[in-house]
Write a protein that binds this ligand. Structure first.
Ligand SMILES: NC(=O)C1=CN([C@@H]2O[C@H](COP(=O)(O)OP(=O)(O)OC[C@H]3O[C@@H](n4cnc5c(N)ncnc54)[C@H](OP(=O)(O)O)[C@@H]3O)[C@@H](O)[C@H]2O)C=CC1
Ligand SMILES: O=C1CO[C@H](CO)[C@@H](O)[C@@H]1O
Length: 330
């Protein structure tokens, strides 16, 4: 049994708990919130038996083995480091942190402690993503990866009315690239590694974060184009274009229906059953690592989280997006 605590009381933590409960070794021991009333209400809703309002008490507790972090991005590194220094395993929401320095500090903390740290990037743990990897050689020499995640945010309505919520505030290391662009980039890094160079463009909002953006990534004999937005929608599937065929993926964040369109006109459905909720697979991966005494996921590895963050930081540099967290760790 792995005794979990959670940080963050928004809907995503409920979704994680619901999915993780399908893994037999999961036990929800405690929830953390800044406010006692919120913690109590969330514990009642989720079945946790303990609550915390002090991160250091949570970190020091002998009742907890692992923590799922779903706080605003700006707090991921700080919270994870405190927890890992007390021997807690950490599964931390995407993006792993605010910037490269923070990711490096987190990886350094893993090295000093006997703990697992994994970025909760659901996409790459999904059976249909693994099907894409398996069938990739069938499309011949790869020439382009295209992915978009553009979803108009209800919080943008509030923004237009003059209320800047966490999702659009630089103090929380937010914006379209950090929130949605990461879903296009992480699978790209898993499939093709680190690009030689990138060119980024973004539409900056008055708060200083990006509302949308695009990045072209140079891989020498192939390139990648990723597009992301919190201020407009896109219905375009993702594609991996090869000389012999093209893999078409319905949605990059949660691949469910995946087809190969061969150049000779044939089509092959390479989708596989994905019976569980999307977050089940990342939860299973994380818990399996703990049970096997392994330090890191070979899927959502530290190196891949670091390369993804390097790309995002470079894109921010090119487009003038600075977070207070960058100065904190400078
Ligand atoms: N995997 C997925 O599909 C999704 C992942 N995410 C990720 O989850 C994380 C949280 O996102 P989201 O729920 O939108 O974020 P929120 O801004 O809603 O904050 C999440 C939680 O953090 C706490 N919090 C809020 N504001 C502050 C603050 N100023 N200081 C400290 N703690 C605060 C709150 O918990 P409390 O009040 O109880 O302390 C809140 O429930 C992000 O990293 C995001 O990228 C988000 C949605 C989907
Ligand atoms: O990761 C995410 C996926 O979906 C959400 C929107 O529905 C995002 O805002 C979020 O951060």
């Amino acid at each position: 049994m792995i005794r979990f605590a959670t940080i963050g009381t928004n809907w995503i933590t409920e979704a994680f708990i619901r999915a993780a409960k399908q893994v037999p070794s999961f036990h929800l021991q405690a929830v953390y919130s800044r406010q006692k009333e919120t913690a109590d209400a969330f514990a009642e809703k989720t079945g946790a038996t303990q609550t915390f309002t002090n991160l250091h008490e949570l970190a020091a507790s002998d009742d907890i083995d692992a923590v799922y972090i779903a706080s605003p991005n700006a707090f991921h590194a700080e919270q994870a480091i405190v927890l890992m220094n007390h021997g807690k395993h950490v599964i931390c929401e995407k993006p792993l942190a605010s910037n490269v320095k923070e990711v490096k500090a987190m990886i350094e903390t893993v090295r000093k402690n006997d703990v697992v740290l994994m970025e909760a990037m659901k996409t790459t743990c999904l059976p249909n993503f693994q099907a894409i990897q398996h069938h990739l050689p069938k499309i011949g020499r790869i020439r382009r990866y295209v992915a978009s995640y553009c979803q108009y945010s209800s919080r943008y309505d509030a923004f237009k009315q003059g209320t800047i919520t966490n999702a659009f505030h630089p103090a929380f290391s937010s914006g379209a690239l950090m929130d949605l662009g990461v879903y296009c980039l992480y699978p790209l890094v898993v499939l093709f590694g680190e690009p030689k160079s990138i060119q980024a463009h973004s539409v900056r909002l008055s708060s200083g974060v990006d509302g949308e953006g695009s990045i072209i990534l140079d891989y020498g004999e192939m390139d990648a184009v990723v597009m992301y937005s919190k201020i407009a929608n896109s219905y375009t599937p993702a594609e991996i274009q090869g000389e012999e065929g093209t893999i078409v993926i319905d949605t990059i964040h949660t691949p469910t229906r995946v087809h190969i369109h061969y150049r000779d006109g044939r089509t092959e459905d390479i989708s596989v059953p994905q019976p569980h909720e999307p977050m089940y697979y990342e939860a299973l991966e994380f818990m399996t690592l703990i049970e096997r005494g392994e330090k890191e996921s070979t899927i959502n590895s530290h190196a891949r989280s670091l390369v993804t963050m390097k790309i995002m930081e470079e894109a921010r540099k090119q487009t003038g997006i600075v977070f207070p967290a960058d100065e904190r760790f400078a």
